[in-house]
Ligand binder design. Sequence first.
Ligand code: GLN
Length: 262
Amino acid sequence: MTQKNHKLTIGWLYPTLMSTYGDRGNIIVLSKRCEWRGINVEIVPIDQTTSDQQLKSIDLLFGGGAQDREQELVIKDLHKKGKTIKELIENNTPALFVCGAPQLMGNYYEPSVGERIEGLGIFDMVSKHPGPDKERLIGDIVAQITAPTLLDTKYHIQTTTVVGFENHGGRTYLGENVLPFAKVIKGFGNNGEDGTEGVVYKNAIGCYLHGPLLPKNPMIADYLIQKALEVKYKEKIELKPLDDELEEKANKAILQKLGVNS
Ligand code: GLN
């Protein structure tokens, strides 16, 4: 079980530039589910002013969605932090990246117009926007978690169906060294072609699910919190179960709306 003196520092990438479609709600869920278990939590906004020392103290990293313009604005500073962020992920620091954020953690993102944005190359994948005259991939989405690390029974993920909302022009294609996060049941996912949704590398998750993701899929929040405590304290962690009746109802409501059997 978690102990009173357990503490997590959650790093939030560029909160004012990368938080489309309610993504800041993921930070609220991570904080609350820590507080309800007596885990101290500190949220550290990461921006141009953040020192390398502060970045190295992060136990769990979050990055939300952004329009192409905001992605172009943050990438220069993100590259300055690239080496440390890569080290964090390589050392198993858990992370959740939504939409625009994982695109920048990949090898590159070709926006609708303008120059290719070179990514940090943490996720072996590329993203390409087919251009302003092509349709964006928009709508409610349902996917089935397939990533083995998340399906490990010690994380007690019973509900393996994730629901959310997607709105992206970029299409993402996974490379060799990564696995999909999930398989699309309804919606577009990475590219609307190969049925994959998101990406997993070590303890980092990338996905196209806004909404925000975590209120209707609290099992993912618990997975990230448990992983972060295990990596930080190098001990087996069991989280106290919470009453997720409302969250499960919200998840099921989307499944019903989309005619997906739960
Ligand atoms: N700008 C990126 C795209 O259109 C990401 C969009 C987002 O984060 N919602 O694909």
